[in-house]
Design a protein around this ligand. Structure first.
Ligand code: NAD
Ligand code: DAU
Length: 352
């Protein structure tokens, strides 16, 4: 039986991870610490709200005194750290929020774990969930491996790279038992509709233009979110302390090809003539510093722990589009922001 702290569990990936852990580890207690920023939505977690082994805690990882009290109260055995500012475009507009949460917040958590565990590291583990963007941008050839030198190029990726370095420094200097994974682009239900795929789905529904940055040739490696949380589960429970694991879908798509394929899926689901949605595609001004290509070599994770992605892009796009079409209330509440006021009132900051 373990007390496990998940940060950022009301966000996109975090909510899928919480479902999996609450269901698969009934003997463990899963604590979800989330500040409920614009991206955090407890509505994602309704089905586990009343589970006996689940507790939601509203709080901010930039508040160190709060974290120290939290660790003293709940005696966590492990941490899976996902809380972050996660959107590259927002990091370009407001980098400081990324430095505060992604860098300072991560160091706060490392310190809170170090102080609470006091060198008694048996059975303890600090897992930091990171991104492939720390490796920079690839040309037409090659893949990111765990040995690729860091070369972050946006405020978001620089903040995540910085947090990765701090995590490794806490192991090297203080012996904290850490593990890190760097993952490619996730997609699936509950993703905030600022990210490419849910944005496109929402705009098709509303008949709005579909903005494709630059010439649309930028390439991303797409991973079904459930495949990512399966990897996180495996790495947390069976990965080797001090190791880094790359996670990727082996699913490279240029943005324009991906958007066109999603358009065709949406036309089928909305029962409209093929080509209707593609007519909404609009090439717009490029993202400043837009990385050209990301591609992950996940061989290490496959060889060490036997993980492989199970859902490919055509199927995953259909499942994603079906989910958003079946949940119009979720989409309209999250896009209007109406849910935030409700939840901010319902969940007060934890006072300890
Ligand atoms: P998200 O933006 O959907 O969710 C982030 C969550 O963190 C939200 O619930 C938010 O309320 C919470 N949060 C933000 N600031 C906080 C703070 N100061 N204190 C406490 N909680 C705070 O993000 P996501 O897409 O689910 O990503 C989760 C993690 O995975 C991030 O660390 C991200 O860098 C990493 N990651 C994401 C992807 C992807 O494709 N989405 C890929 C690789 C890695
Ligand atoms: O690679 C992992 C990363 O993937 C994660 O670490 C980030 O948290 C996550 O947001 C994602 O970053 P991206 O910048 O790749 O995701 P986004 O959905 O913003 O963009 C995907 C691609 O689509 C990217 O090349 C930019 C492009 N794009 C994006 C938007 C929002 C468009 O062409 N039009 C758009 O409107």
């Amino acid at each position: 039986m373990a007390n496990l702290l998940i940060t950022g569990g009301a966000g996109f990936i975090g909510s899928h991870l919480i479902y999996r852990l609450v269901k698969n580890y009934p003997q463990d207690h899963i604590y979800n610490l989330d500040a409920l920023t614009y991206a955090g939505n407890p509505e994602n977690l309704q089905a586990v709200e009343d589970a006996a082994n689940y507790t939601f805690i509203k709080g901010d990882i930039t508040d160190f005194a709060f974290l120290e009290q939290l660790f003293a109260r709940y005696h966590f055995d492990g941490v899976i750290h996902l809380a972050a500012e996660s959107h590259v475009d927002r990091s370009i507009a407001n980098p400081m929020a990324f430095i505060l949460t992604n860098v300072v917040g991560t160091v706060n958590l490392l310190n809170a774990a170090k102080n609470a565990w006091q060198g008694n590291y048996a059975g303890k583990r600090f897992y930091h969930v990171s991104t492939d963007e720390v490796y920079g941008s690839l040309g037409a050839e090659g893949y990111f491996t765990e040995e690729t030198a860091y070369d972050p190029r946006s405020p978001y990726s620089a903040s995540k790279a910085s947090s990765d370095h701090f995590v490794r420094a806490w192991q090297h200097t203080y012996g904290l038992p850490v593990v890190i994974s760097n993952c490619s682009n996730n997609y699936g239900p509950y993703q905030f509709p600022e990210k490419l795929l849910p944005l496109i789905i929402n705009n098709i529904k509303e008949g709005k233009p579909l903005p494709v940055y630059g010439d649309g040739t930028n390439v991303r490696d797409w991973l079904w979110v459930e495949d990512h949380v399966a990897a996180i589960d495996l790495i947390y429970h069976q990965g080797t302390i001090g190791e880094t694991y790359n996670i990727g879908g082996n699913n490279e798509w240029s943005n324009i090809d991906l958007v066109r394929t999603l358009c065709d899926v949406m036309d089928q689901l909305l029962d409209q003539p093929t080509g209707t949605s593609q007519g909404l595609i609009t090439f717009v001004k490029d993202r400043p510093g837009h990385d050209q290509r990301y591609a992950i070599d996940a061989t290490k994770l496959k060889d060490a722990l036997g993980w492989e992605p199970l859902v490919g892009v055509p199927e995953g796009l259909r499942l994603t589009a079906q989910w958003y079409l079946a949940n119009p209330e979720w989409l309209s509440r999250i896009t209007s922001g109406a849910y935030r006021e409700y939840y901010q009132q319902q969940y007060q900051d934890e006072s300890l």
